[in-house]
Design a protein around this ligand. Structure first.
Ligand code: F0G
Length: 482
């Protein structure tokens, strides 16, 4: 681990930055946390941030920016068309990815909308390592379907596999043979595969997938939202790349793909999104949709200040000390969990620490949303807001039956450069208590269930009075403490 810095003798990562602006946070008493959870329909998305102590819902749009990013915001050129800011961002992207065309969009899902509208025909299938919620929603909204072919290891909670996000190559070949080229909209690879625990994809796998796609003339789409974590893992876990520069790794990735898109709420630590493409006819088709849904071609729904911050943030992604920060904190957190016997996805990925609700809440029927219940319990136990990543995040099947997720995870996301190691220890401490009292956690049932992306604003209630019992036990064990 050449340039990763640790405190001598201990496995504690050293921050290669200092903090010069802070935000006050509150920890309200456990009784109030239970009430706020009830008001929020047991959905952590519906909590108010003022009631949250540690916001680990996501790393999206909440990463700490650098002083150079803030400084760049001040030079933004605010014009509807032809803004200098756009050309600056465009040239940074072209330089980093070596791709010809850039289309701006207001965030990652907007890119998914545009790509799906152009490539997904009704009845077609998009093949991918694993879906992301918004990706799947846009593909199905265009009448398409998805097939997930991540390698078997990807579904295992405990594993030593370094690249659990890889595509199963045999399955890819089989599917192409079975469906035929015309029924396949595209093959999609997600860097730092989100829903299976922020697990990376290997270069070898990318090369193989690319070769197959090129032979079969199928567009290869790369979701680079979590690219920075994936780059770190390529450098750390792949012997062949330990001396290859981050810039060269990105260029190689880009050379293997046809379309790259990203959420700039993650990649580049700003807010926005974009699509990169080499093929002129694809570019022209997608370009038509930008002014219609996003905004004029030189801002695409982004504020010019964010675009300036993004240009700098993307350049900073080439710095190993910047991109290593999150994976190192995630690893430290996972190690704390493992030490305390809390089941968690291993090896640690990027993005956050993923507690295994399938096991922690194995006493709860699957139909009562194990990961959703654990997420509600985590907030009550510690004021920590995490996100359900399991059955609740799935859409029901067309016949209304539940689509049970293979994994039930409570994702404790680690926004970049936001939390300290004492925060990490605090979360591990409350998770430990919860794990020891896991029998007290009960199930949830819907009281309001939206049809699409139900996890965003669906409302649920506990199936019995388990949350009261949890609070009682908390008071017994923690006394007056918050
Ligand atoms: N792709 C991936 C891999 C993502 O993680 C996300 C967002 C998107 C696409 C969509 O981007 O939010 O800018 O529209 N992930 C966030 C999360 C929401 O919390 O994991 P967006």
């Amino acid at each position: 681990m050449s340039n990763v810095k640790f405190l001598s003798g201990e496995n504690i990562p050293l921050e290669m930055h200092k903090v010069r602006m802070v935000q006050r946070v509150n920890l309200i008493p456990v009784e109030e946390r239970k009430e706020r959870m009830e008001e929020a329909g047991n959905n952590t998305f519906l909590l108010k941030n003022r009631d949250v102590f540690m916001d680990m819902l996501t790393d999206s749009g909440v990463n700490a920016m650098s002083q150079n990013q803030y400084a760049a915001m001040m030079q933004a050129d605010d014009s509807y068309a032809g803004s200098e800011t756009f050309y600056r961002l465009e040239s940074v992207l072209q330089e980093i990815f070596g791709m010809k065309y850039f289309l701006p969009a207001h965030q990652g899902r907007a890119c998914e909308h545009i790509i799906s509208r152009v490539l997904v025909k009704p009845g077609s299938t998009a093949i991918m390592n694993f879906h992301f919620t918004t990706t799947k929603a846009h593909i199905t909204a265009c009448g398409g379907d998805i097939e997930e072919i991540v390698i078997k290891e990807g579904y295992k909670i405990k594993s030593d596999a370094p690249f659990k996000g890889d595509i199963d190559i045999d399955k890819l070949k089989e599917l192409i043979n079975k469906l035929g080229r015309d029924k396949i909209s595209f093959v999609r690879m997600e860097a730092g595969t989100n829903l299976i625990g922020g697990q990376p994809v290997s270069m070898k796998n990318m090369r193989e997938v690319s070769e197959i796609c090129r032979k079969a003339d199928i567009p290869f789409v790369y979701d680079a939202s979590l690219l920075s974590d994936n780059l770190y893992f390529i450098k750390i876990r792949d012997e062949d790349y330990k001396d290859v520069s981050i810039k060269d790794i990105i260029l190689e990735i880009a050379s293997l793909t046809d379309i790259i898109y990203f959420s700039a709420r993650k990649l580049g630590s700003a807010r926005g999104g974009g699509i990169l493409v080499n093929d002129n006819s694809l570019f022209l088709k997608m370009r038509e949709l930008v002014p219609l849904y996003e905004g004029f071609l030189t801002y695409g729904g982004m504020s010019v200040r964010e675009m300036e911050a993004l240009a700098v943030g993307l350049e900073e992604t080439l710095d190993f000390d910047v991109i290593s920060q999150t994976p190192l904190i995630v690893e430290a957190m996972c190690n704390e969990f493992v030490k305390k016997g809390i089941p968690v996805v291993t090896p640690p990925g990027g993005l956050g620490c993923h507690a295994d609700a399938m096991e922690i809440c194995s006493h709860i029927p699957k139909s009562q949303y194990r990961a959703g219940a654990l997420a509600a319990a985590i907030y009550i136990a510690g004021g920590v807001r995490c996100m359900e990543r399991g059955t609740l995040s799935e859409q029901r099947n067309a016949d209304g039956s539940e689509r049970f997720s293979e994994m039930e995870l409570a994702r404790l996301a680690v926004p970049r450069r936001v939390f300290t190691l004492s925060h990490v220890k605090y979360v591990a401490d409350r998770m430990d208590w919860l794990n020891q009292n896991r029998q007290l956690i009960g199930g949830l049932e819907f009281i309001e269930e939206p049809k699409v992306l139900r996890f965003f604003f669906g409302r649920l209630r506990p199936v019995d009075d388990w949350q009261e019992r949890l609070v009682k036990q908390f008071r017994k064990d923690f006394g007056d403490s918050l």
